[in-house]
Write a protein that binds this ligand. Structure first.
Ligand code: HEM
Length: 456
């Protein structure tokens, strides 16, 4: 057979299938009531209906993707962008010109601006601040007192993000104000998401006033931070300088609104996600004392008894696996959405242009097809000889592709260091009144976790 005799074949046109419809919808609300009532269980059960499943949320058809491979394909495809009701409501409150909600050329340009601040080789410069904040937390807490994990976790998350990325002495006091403003704004945004009462949120009720004050203070704080940096004439090597010096595609400085929205777009995802994860780590330390002890033993072996430092993080293998396993079972970002920008397909299923697609890292990371003893807390599943059995994209809590979280290295370094510092100093117990069930909001976190540190 010669090469010439082989006729180039046109690939047969693949018949795209219509995704199956999930069962259990009701008239008018469709699957919306199930999603609202128990979102984690609902999203987890969808895998029983198929790889891509059609849902009715009110009058709207939404597509859910349920396998690791297809969530990877979705995140890596150019046929889908960031858009949809969740993003639109966030834009209304937090600004339209930040990196988290932009698409296309603006998004690519913004990622180029912020990326250097998060590169692996930029992280050691944040080490001293991360160390200081981790140890300050253990100093603040006294053995036997009750710790309100929500406010304490939020506080350390905001302080680290603000002090590392928007450097400057003045940040200490500002970090506290940011903390109060962001905590109230997130609480209010969650309420507006789950109970969408529209104009009722404009009434001059105390809760609405408090929300509006916090939102206004958040925007004011960001303006103050930007103005003060400009007035100082200083240009430290940080994210704020990168934003202030950024140029648009024509080489002109970017506008004031974009600088403002960019700072908000980095601080807001940066604080809520880390805070939620620290809450789950505290919960894990209290509920799995055997792993808390192993973390303590590992830290002591690596440090020889001195306070744990940023440089130690690389040697803290088990502590890192504990953090990863905690994120697997309790991912702060539990749901993600995309919108199709053209008629396309996923796994041979037809997805029409304009369709909204959802998937849940929570459901993917607990799938028994991907994980043996899927609900068991087992940090050793991340040991090199076992990790190879885990399918690709079955553990992508920071996502993949062009929207991947820029802060994966930053976050893992901070979380590992904090876990090491906490487990070395204290054991933790939950106290009466603690509510450790998952509260599903913009992120996933415990309802109201209260713990008591016990000196080691
Ligand atoms: C985006 C997770 C911490 C800044 C994302 C995305 C995920 C994620 C899954 C992608 C969203 C999507 O695909 O739609 C997490 C987790 C964190 C964390 C699990 C911690 C445990 C942080 C921190 C910062 C940050 C500390 C900043 C200080 C951002 C930004 C984006 C983003 C700016 C938008 C990126 C873009 O759209 O290009 N994050 N994140 N995140 N994250 Fe994180």
């Amino acid at each position: 057979m010669t090469v010439e005799s082989v006729k180039p074949e046109t690939p047969p046109a693949v018949e795209l299938r219509e995704p199956p419809r999930a069962g259990g919808g009701v008239p008018v609300l469709g699957h919306g009531w199930k999603l609202a009532r128990d979102p984690l269980a609902f999203m987890s059960r969808l895998r029983d209906h198929g790889e891509v499943v059609r849902l009715k949320l009110g009058p709207k058809t939404v597509y859910a993707v349920t396998t690791p491979a297809l969530t990877g394909a979705l995140a890596l495809s150019n046929d889908f962008i960031i858009a949809g009701p969740l993003w639109e409501s966030l834009e209304g409150l937090l600004g339209k010109e930040g990196v988290a909600t932009a698409n296309g050329p603006r998004h690519r340009r913004q990622r180029r601006t912020i990326q250097p601040a998060f590169r692996l080789d930029a992280i050691p410069a944040y080490g001293p601040i991360m160390e200081e904040e981790a140890h300050a937390l253990t100093e603040r807490w006294k053995p036997g007192e009750t710790i309100d994990c929500t406010s304490e976790s939020f506080r350390v998350a905001v302080r680290v993000a603000a002090r590392c990325l928007l450097r400057g002495e003045y940040m200490d006091e500002r970090a506290e104000r940011l903390c109060v403003a962001l905590a109230t704004v997130f609480r209010g945004m969650y309420r507006r998401m789950v109970v969408p009462l529209g104009p009722l949120y404009n009434l001059p009720l105390p809760a609405n006033r408090e929300f509006n004050r916090a939102l206004a203070d958040l925007h004011l704080l960001v303006d103050e931070i930007v103005a003060e940096r400009r007035a100082s004439g200083q240009k430290p090597d940080d994210l704020l300088t990168a934003l202030l010096e950024a140029k648009d595609d024509n080489g002109d400085p970017i506008g004031e609104q974009e600088i403002h929205d960019q700072v908000v777009a980095i601080l807001t995802p940066g604080s809520e996600t880390i805070a939620s994860t620290i809450m789950w780590l505290l919960h894990m330390l209290a509920e799995h004392p055997e792993h808390a002890d192993r973390v303590r033993d590992e830290v002591q072996a690596v440090t020889g008894g001195r306070p744990v430092a940023f440089e130690d993080v690389r040697g803290l293998r088990h502590t890192n696996n504990v953090v990863v396993e905690c994120i697997r079972l309790r991912p702060a970002v539990w749901i993600l959405t995309r919108r199709a920008v053209r008629d396309t397909e996923l796994g041979g299923y037809r997805i029409p242009s304009g369709a909204d697609i959802i998937y849940s890292p929570f459901a993917i990371q607990r799938d028994p097809k991907s994980y043996e003893r899927n609900l068991e807390f087992d940090p050793d599943r991340w040991l090199p000889d076992r990790v190879k059995d885990i399918p690709k994209h079955a553990m992508s809590p920071f996502s993949v592709g062009n929207r991947k979280c820029p802060s994966d290295h930053f976050s893992m370094a901070m979380l590992t260091l904090i876990t090491a510092a906490l487990a070395t100093r204290y054991r933790f117990e939950q106290v009466a009144g603690s509510k450790d069930d998952a509260r599903v909001g913009i992120t996933l976190r415990p309802h109201d976790l209260l713990v008591r540190p016990v000196a080691r």
